[in-house]
Design a binder for this molecule. Structure first.
Ligand SMILES: Cc1cc2nc3c(=O)[nH]c(=O)nc-3n(C[C@H](O)[C@H](O)[C@H](O)COP(=O)(O)OP(=O)(O)OC[C@H]3O[C@@H](n4cnc5c(N)ncnc54)[C@H](O)[C@@H]3O)c2cc1C
Length: 509
């Protein structure tokens, strides 16, 4: 096939971490058959960040758009199913709740169920009306039903996987789709003297690599978007002050829980991500409130089982690149920005970046209006995530350490303050344009951290109280008996793997 004049013929992706290989896989698959050559550069010497194990349900659409077989993917990446995140000690020390991928109850006359629960006096836990939470609390898993109306269709799921194996899996996929991999270090970037666009890259072995469009997936370094184009970074540390993490894997011990755990600590929080072959752990913290040594000791004392490797220290500044797309460079992944991993949102933002790039795919003219639109959409996406993460730190009664007192005195972004105010007054959740977290996620965190609205939506008063109570009891009963019949997650994964042990890694369309 010949190219139209002006269409992009060469794409160069710099970076072979999760962002680089996800981008390579999606672009090569979606542009298959077109005269576009894709090169990915990665440096074995620099390596990847190597963390990033918990995901959001949208990862399933990414995999299925690439026609990746779920069972083969789970086998290759040692993945487990994730029904949500269990938050411990966030509202008050001793509290726990699950933020599920799914809804609470079913809408009545278009009104979310939690308003009726509020009207009934909040006697039972709202969690008992959420299929995903009940399944998670029992350590069980099943696939959601595809029949709308079934109670088993009211939850979603994501995966917890080994990030390094996922990148390797996608590398195999991408190379089969024709992506050329170049191993080596980019040591110099040349800019066009007229347009200021990146024209070519010089490698440490002297090779030159040219392209029309560059995707910067070089991680925190941002070697094109920042080091070459000086795009600038909006630092959000005043809202999200955690700036370091220590990560360590440990042996897998005990039941294989179908959820990630985030336990709030004095100067940050600790993650626990169970995979089939090991458990990932990490302590995210703010260096103003704890030393690195104390943070490491805290983490190592909290492991379920012996560590499998030495702890790794990571440094970051929360925030975002001022432009995600600048001239002919689109930054995706850590090169575009980073918010801490409390709600497993980074891989999701990678996915959004790729989807938007495919939707607003440029030609060599690089229209300013396309670039602006891409930046507008991605800005909204990341700001919504920032607000949701910050909610966890401010919707709390904790004031037992310097870090928690810091959040008490904070001026919130208007977008978040308005959302909390509307919730507290009448249980209303303002719908955002863009943003991955839908109202049930906000309900989970707000109620889970003890922010109960003063009143419910008045429309919930129209229904007969006895009728609502009867319906609610029946719903709880249906959920309980269906969950009883489900298998434990370890057993379920064994069945899934057995079905795929000889299958192909990917189904090609
Ligand atoms: C503590 C922590 C926990 C996290 N947990 C989660 C989570 O649970 N869920 C989630 O979704 N996300 C999580 N993330 C984010 C996630 O790890 C990243 O979004 C993801 O790994 C993508 O990283 P990346 O590919 O952008 O960068 P990297 O993995 O750093 O890859 C950068 C690539 O660029 C290459 N490179 C850099 N410079 C050069 C050069 N000069 N020449 C050639 N190649 C170069 C490197 O070799 C590497 O291949 C976490 C991040 C951190 C820091």
């Amino acid at each position: 096939m010949t190219a139209h004049p002006g269409t992009i013929e060469k794409i160069c992706i710099v970076g072979g971490g999760t962002a680089g290989w996800m981008t390579a896989a999606a672009l090569s698959h979606k542009l298959r058959g077109l005269p576009v050559a894709i090169t990915l550069i990665e440096s074995d010497e620099i390596g990847t960040v190597g963390v990033g194990e918990a995901t959001l349900p949208a990862i399933r659409s990414f995999n299925s758009a690439l026609q990746i077989d779920e069972a083969a993917f789970m086998r290759a990446t040692e993945a487990t199913f994730k029904l949500g995140i269990e938050f411990r000690n966030w509202g008050r020390i001793g509290d726990r709740y699950i933020h599920p991928f799914g809804d609470y109850g079913q809408k009545i006359d278009g009104l979310p169920f939690y308003h009726y629960w509020h009207r009934l006096g909040q006697g039972e836990r709202l969690d008992e009306y959420c299929y995903g939470i009940m399944l998670a609390e029992q350590g069980k898993f099943r696939h959601p039903s595809t029949n709308e109306g079934d109670i088993e269709s009211t939850f979603g799921y994501a995966y917890q996987f080994d990030a390094t194996r996922y990148a390797a899996f996608l590398r195999q996929f991408s190379e089969a789709e024709g992506v050329r991999r170049v191993q080596g270090k980019v040591v110099e970037t040349s800019l066009d003297s007229v347009t200021g666009h990146v024209s070519h890259l010089k490698m440490d072995d002297g090779r030159d690599i040219e392209a029309d469009l560059f995707v910067d997936c070089s991680g925190f370094r941002g070697i094109l978007i920042e080091q070459a184009l000086h795009t600038g970074y909006d630092n959000w540390s005043q809202w999200l002050p955690c700036n370091r993490a220590i990560a360590v894997p440990c042996e897998s011990r005990g039941p294989l829980t179908p959820f990630t755990r985030a336990t709030a600590l004095e100067a940050g929080w600790q993650w626990r991500i169970p995979l089939q072959h090991r458990t990932g752990n990490g302590h995210v913290y703010c260096s103003d409130f704890i030393t690195d040594d104390e943070a490491a000791t805290r983490l190592l004392n909290n492991l379920d089982a012996p560590a499998l490797a030495a702890p790794r220290q990571l440094y970051f500044t929360t925030g975002r690149r001022r432009q995600f797309w600048n001239k002919n460079v689109v930054a995706i992944g850590l090169a575009a920005g980073f918010l801490e991993p409390l709600e497993s949102t980074s891989i999701h933002l990678i996915q959004e970046g790729i989807t938007e790039l495919l939707q607003i795919f440029p030609d060599k003219q690089f229209l300013a209006s396309d670039i602006e639109e891409y930046n507008r959409r991605m800005s909204l996406n990341i700001e919504r995530v920032r607000d949701f993460l910050l909610l966890h730190y401010v919707a709390t009664q904790r004031d037992d350490s310097e870090m928690w007192r810091y959040f008490r005195n904070m001026t919130l972004p208007d977008s978040l303050q308005e959302k909390i105010d509307a919730w507290l007054t009448r249980g209303h959740l303002v719908r955002y344009e863009f943003g991955v977290f839908l109202p049930p996620s906000w309900v989970a965190v707000l109620l889970g951290q003890n922010l109960i609205p003063r009143r419910h939506d008045l429309r919930a008063d129209k229904a007969m109280r006895d009728k609502i109570a009867e319906g609610a009891d029946a719903l709880r009963g249906r959920i309980r008996s269906s969950v009883e019949r489900a298998s434990g997650q370890a057993e379920y994964i064994k069945q899934v793997r057995a079905a795929s042990d000889t299958g192909p890694l990917m189904a090609k369309g």
